[in-house]
Unconditional design. Structure first.
Length: 384
């Protein structure tokens, strides 16, 4: 790929721009949260529901780290109160996404400020997630009634929820959180990766025996295609798994998943929502997939041999420049997000998803874009 790397100056300008946009947006989103995806590039306010609200609070913490603006800290702490209330009252927490919700809001608060409320909420969220572990199959069930045959499955996204459990073991001294997280990672890595190193979005197991059944998509174009964001979850998930477990297998998995991602990018380096599509397609992009992958590459570069670390860091900087040039919000008048051209879900003849947040901002795209800029700027201590 001949696309240039982002320079230090370009990174610094984009990092500053992202922080200033968050400072502007926090005026609207402190007592309420942005919805999961924008409508005509602007988020509507939402209560603290869905799986996505933690990304916004994570953006506030990233901006606080960058600026040390006490108004940002106060806004994030108000939202931590909301997350504590949510887990106490069990509001929309009957799913696996406790890490997305609580790592970036409450673990971040504990790491950055020593917040005991943050710690309490995050441990409670970890306990809530532990209830979804299925001994038969050794995985965390993503959605639906526990044990139900039509939802007895894991999804690749859940790799990003496992860091909450590793943190909970550290915070409480109880090894069981880590043990279950490690079991889930082993199961997921064994079954969601295809021989060509593309990935399934979801994988079913037999609820009576725990035996593997089949891999299917939920948000990808078709069962046999590679959903771009799912592939990115695998990239970052393998990096975070290696960070905690130091299993050499995850170094190899990371390289194979990342190489597939890079080899299937269009010429402008902003992925379509599914890798079935390439240059010339009229299908929408998913900029969030690229932002997630960049974070994974910059994380794993810490652990790879020098030559490989340089290669993946270089590719991450190329993808990041493509996002800055082609997808970054430039002013509050353009959008109250950070990253344009994301896709929450796109319908196809082979999935059951309605169109949602197509060619819009989405909160995780915003967050991972800001995290990527943070990683490219300094040696960052992750909230994960």
């Amino acid at each position: 790929m001949t696309y240039p790397e982002i320079t230090e100056n370009e990174t610094a300008k984009a990092y500053e721009k992202a922080a200033q946009l968050v400072i502007h947006n926090v005026k609207e989103f402190t007592e309420v949260f942005p919805d999961s995806s924008s409508v005509n590039q602007f988020y509507k306010p939402s209560e603290n529901v869905e799986w996505t609200t933690g990304f916004w609070t994570g953006e506030i913490w990233l901006a606080y780290e960058q600026t040390k603006d006490e108004q940002l800290r106060k806004a994030a702490e108000i939202e931590v109160d909301s997350f504590l209330d949510r887990i106490i009252k069990k509001i929309d927490v009957n799913h696996h996404d406790m890490g997305f919700l609580y790592s970036l809001s409450c673990v971040a608060a504990y790491k950055l400020t020593g917040s005991e409320k943050g710690k309490k909420a995050a441990v409670m969220a970890a306990d809530n997630l532990m209830e979804r572990f299925q001994e038969k199959g050794q995985f965390f069930q993503a959605w639906g009634q526990l044990g139900a045959k039509d939802n007895y499955r894991l999804i690749i996204d859940c790799l990003l929820n496992m860091p909450l459990l590793f943190w909970a073991s550290e915070a409480t001294g109880n090894p069981v959180y880590k043990e279950k997280a490690e079991a889930h990672i082993k199961t997921a890595m064994k079954y969601v990766i295809r021989p060509d190193h593309s990935t399934y979005h979801t994988y079913f197991f037999d609820p009576e025996t725990g035996e593997p059944v089949k891999g299917v998509t939920h948000q990808g174009y078709r069962d046999g295609s590679a959903w771009a964001r799912g592939q990115a979850w695998g990239i970052y998930g393998s990096a975070l798994s290696y960070r905690r477990l130091r299993d050499p297998e995850y170094l190899d998995i990371f390289c194979k998943l990342t190489d597939y991602f890079l080899e299937h990018l269009p010429s402008d380096l902003v992925p379509y929502w599914d890798f079935d599509f390439d240059d010339g397609s009229t299908e929408p992009r998913d900029s969030s997939a690229s932002a997630i992958a960049v974070c994974g590459m910059l994380e794993m570069a810490k652990y790879l041999p020098e030559e490989k670390a340089q290669y993946y860091s270089s590719m991450a900087k190329r993808l990041l420049l493509a996002l800055v040039n082609r997808c970054a919000v430039q002013s509050p008048e353009e959008s109250n997000g950070l990253l344009l051209h994301g896709t929450y879900a796109k319908s196809s003849p082979y999935n059951t998803c309605p169109n949602l947040g197509v060619d819009e901002c989405n909160t995780w795209g915003d967050y991972f874009y800001f995290e990527a800029l943070t990683r490219a700027t300094k040696d960052w201590n992750p909230y994960w």
